[in-house]
Ligand binder design. Structure first.
Ligand code: ADP
Ligand code: F6P
Length: 482
């Protein structure tokens, strides 16, 4: 028995420059979470995803990456992949599911490419599937996949997990009817449909009831071939990995370097993929408001803004980057001086050790998405603070806010409020920092990524076994009657 995990991105990326291949690990919450799980557990895992390299590059390099799982890349034709990923997945689904309806650019061509890509991936999975395998499908790129696989393998164990929010009915209904139906029927092909929060789960069940007219009983939808259980499974992190990294020699050296650079100044830190959902422009405006409102903090604080390049081919991402950079320049110009740069901005990825050094140097982590399925950065910041120092300011629009109850929560649209909370957190006493972090760490240590994966996989097994027993009993009853 193996677990076939399916996500758009494979956990590795291979880029060729001047004939030389460079293998890197993919960024983002999904890859980080599933990789942590597979590294620690003894599961037999095969990862299916769309390759960002060609077949020849794969054949040359597939053995040059240390891993304890198999990889089955899907090679999509370039134009199809572009329409599937950029045009439908990211310019329709991502925008709409994050409550940016005005950013949605729906085209039938994009939708057709999305369906075709789901079919190609279904064929690939079917070719490696063996009875008893569990198929674990991830994210909004593969909403049609559970149904397609159910048609191939009526008895398969299929789990579907959405890593982004599921929007409410009023937002979801904006999609053309054929797309709505495709998505909802698609997800219903699974035995378990998982979301980050109960709110998302309720939105999903409401859409099923209102659009497909299928009622549920305790979040269970009964269909002819199987039942689908919808539920909340908040994703998490490898707590120990982040907690223990505090003492790593390289991390200590980097932290000393960062602290040395800024001396007595307090450090506000944030790290995100550059994405319009992350509330980066709101964050910058709130920081500006903070400096205006509390001029005594001038020259006493620095904001380290790390943005990781993401989806650069999509227009809205390019526009957002320009806007962010305009704001950084404007704020630094207006508020800074020759001795002090208020915002230190980096548009490049950081490696793990640097990330931990930054987390553990920061007096405040300022995380302000305007909409986020979970936000793992918030959990990572808390876990990494072995010293129990620092404060977490977190948007109430992030799934993580439902769990990290000791965070200082903000409305990301309210600059005045963020400024006040920044002032409060920067002045927070050590006792309060410890109390808040200790409670959140206790929670995260228990609710880590391994528990998330175990709970989700166990739920698939439970629903599946129950349905198999029920259909056996039905069979027995029919035999007795006949
Ligand atoms: P999203 O999945 O929308 O990007 P999350 O906050 O949930 O947002 O997850 C971001 C993840 O990406 C975190 O686990 C973070 O540590 C990781 N990350 C941040 N920077 C990098 C990087 N340069 N390379 C790889 N992963 C990164
Ligand atoms: O969290 C949502 C998500 O799409 C993840 O699935 C992914 O790891 C991350 O954002 C990064 O996005 P992309 O794969 O488009 O670069």
């Amino acid at each position: 028995m193996k677990i076939i995990t399916v996500s758009y991105r494979l956990p590795l990326s291979i880029k060729k420059t001047k004939g030389k291949a460079k293998i890197t690990q993919s960024a983002g919450g999904l890859a980080t979470a599933v990789l942590s799980y597979s590294a620690k557990s003894n599961v037999n895992l095969t990862w299916v995803g769309v390759a960002d390299f060609d077949k020849a590059t794969w054949d040359e390099n597939k053995d040059n990456y240390d891993r304890n799982f198999d990889i089955e890349p899907v090679f999509l034709e370039k134009q199809l992949n572009r329409k599937f990923y950029n045009v439908f997945s990211n310019s329709v689904l991502w925008a709409l599911f994050h409550y940016f309806p005005s950013f949605v650019e729906y085209t039938d061509e994009g939708f057709e490419a999305y369906k075709r890509a789901n079919e190609i991936v279904a064929e690939k999975i079917n070719s490696i599937y063996e009875p008893g395998d569990v198929i674990w499908i991830h994210d909004y790129h593969f909403l049609g996949l559970p149904k397609l696989l159910r048609e191939y393998q009526p008895n398969a164990k299929i789990g579907y997990f959405l890593h982004i929010p599921f929007p409410n009915f009023e937002i979801f209904r904006i999609l053309p009817n054929k797309a709505k139906k495709y998505i909802l029927e698609g997800i219903l092909g699974s035995n378990v449909a998982g979301f980050h929060t109960w709110d998302n789960t309720i939105h999903f069940t409401e859409c099923i009831e209102k659009i497909l007219g299928i009622p549920h009983k305790n979040f269970l939808f009964s269909q002819e071939s199987h039942r689908t259980k919808a539920g909340s499974f908040p994703i998490s992190i490898d707590f120990d990995k982040f907690h223990d990294a505090y003492d790593k020699e390289n991390v200590v050296a980097l932290r000393n370097e960062i602290k040395g650079l800024y001396g007595d100044k307090k450090i506000i830190f944030s790290v995100d993929r550059l994405d319009y959902t992350k509330g980066i422009t709101n964050r910058l405006k709130a920081f500006e408001k903070f400096l205006e409102k509390y001029p005594e903090w001038s020259e006493k604080v620095v904001f380290l803004l790390v943005l990781v390049p993401s989806r650069e081919e999509i227009k809205k991402y390019g526009e957002r980057k320009k806007l962010i950079e305009l704001n950084v320049g404007r704020i630094n110009g207006n508020m800074g001086n020759y001795k002090w740069t208020p915002i230190v901005y980096q548009y490049q990825p950081v490696n793990f050790d640097k990330l931990i050094a930054l987390y553990t140097s920061a007096d405040v982590a300022l995380i302000s998405p305007v909409r986020d399925g979970m936000n793992l950065v918030a959990k990572e910041y808390v876990a990494s603070r072995k010293d129990l120092r620092g404060g977490l300011i977190l948007s109430s629009m992030a799934g993580a806010a439902k769990e990290l109850k000791e965070a200082i929560t903000i409305n990301p649209f309210d600059a005045e409020m963020i400024a006040e909370k920044l002032y409060y957190t920067l002045n927070m006493g050590e006792e309060e920092q410890e109390r808040r972090l200790e409670r959140m760490q206790r929670y995260l240590k228990k609710h880590d990524v391994f528990r998330w994966a175990e709970k989700f996989l166990t739920e698939i097994e439970t629903i599946y076994q129950h349905d198999t027993k029920a259909s056996d009993m039905k069979g027995d009853a029919q035999t007795i009657l006949s």
